[in-house]
Design a protein around this ligand. Sequence first.
Ligand code: PMP
Length: 426
Amino acid sequence: MRLDKSKEVFDKTKRYIPGGVNSPIRAFKNLSITPPVISKGKGCRIFDIDGNEYIDFVLSWGAMILGHCDPDVVNSIKEVVEDQIAFGAPTEIEYKMAKLVCETAQIDMVRFVNSGTEATMTAVRLAKGYTGKKKIVKFAGCYHGHHDIFLKEAGSAVAELRLKGIDEDIVQNTIVVEYNNLDSVEKAFKENKDEIAAVIIEPVAGNMGVVPAKKEFLQALREICNLHGSLLIFDEVITGFRLSLKGARALYDVEPDLITFGKIIGGGLPCGAVGGKKEIMQCLAPQGNVFQAGTMSGNPIVMSAGYATIKKLKENPHFYGNLEMLAGKLEKELTQVFSNSNLTFCINRVGSMLTIFFGVEKVENFEMAKMSDLDLFRSFAEYMIKNHIYVPSSQFEAMFLSVAHSENDVEKFVEIAEEFCSSKRK
Ligand code: PMP
């Protein structure tokens, strides 16, 4: 595969943008190939400026659940863009979108922001304002955006960095505990009695690779929060509208107090949201005194693209069933391929999000994820991308499917994975 033009543009970009990217994971720091510079996306395929075509299993890190440039989403943008770009004033599409999100995800109220980071930051401020407490509990390996308070032992691109520039005074109020380990949560509550404003968790983690929370664990978190007067925040930036219309919480039958959204909610445009119970949400300014604002929040083009996306998910009763079938096929066939090659591995999958870990038999938390064979994963990711299957370059990310993928696309993935295994045997 030739990436000459991509390399040229990427090298030129580095002169002006640190590392050549606007978000670290895109730089392929782990791999020895240059990141393809993408020029087009259609359905489940993306194309680079060298003329290479890839089947995309990254999907803008989960955002493009309908595939790239879905015609309804494109039209929804075209419909508004002639008349409405930005006002910083109320628009009717905000009302329509808020109603659709609240009714679909079954929440009382919502506030739109511009990213997942803003959503989680707002959720935590709300929790602190509502409870009058100052500490938060987060889980090692979960990623909630790039605000200081969340970067302690975070997953995703943070996992492989030694961080600088973090305000330690603020971070003191973040308590990190182990995913799926109730004892560590109980210990945190015991040691910080009456001080914990909220527990924030990805109910299915996507940022240490895919690691599902155990149902009893999430249910116990709900009880502990109730007992101590702390809020439970589900960070559904990845899982919201991906695992079901009601997100991961429908799978677990646990109701958090606040939920954060991102990615899918904006149909591929910059968007995030925090939503939840009215009693808490109405503490936000101007109704209450917890301040939060944004010049671009609720932007009409973004709202329109998000509206078209969620409407489409809602109108197709087979949507999540189809995704489950495709992703199930991928899991099953990959399991076969890796087993035939006598590899030790585990595949964690929930719905249409999936991660392959090599060298380990199960992964239930960040420590276990870090014990997997990171070198083998790197060579796998590189092999797949070189062979036109676009997968996350890092172990600590999830792979995604969209409804634009077909069984053929899944079979192509499996075929290349099989080739990778044979190349290792040689
Ligand atoms: N929460 C989770 C669970 C995420 O996966 C991410 C981003 N991958 C964020 C928050 C932050 O979202 P954003 O990158 O839009 O700021």
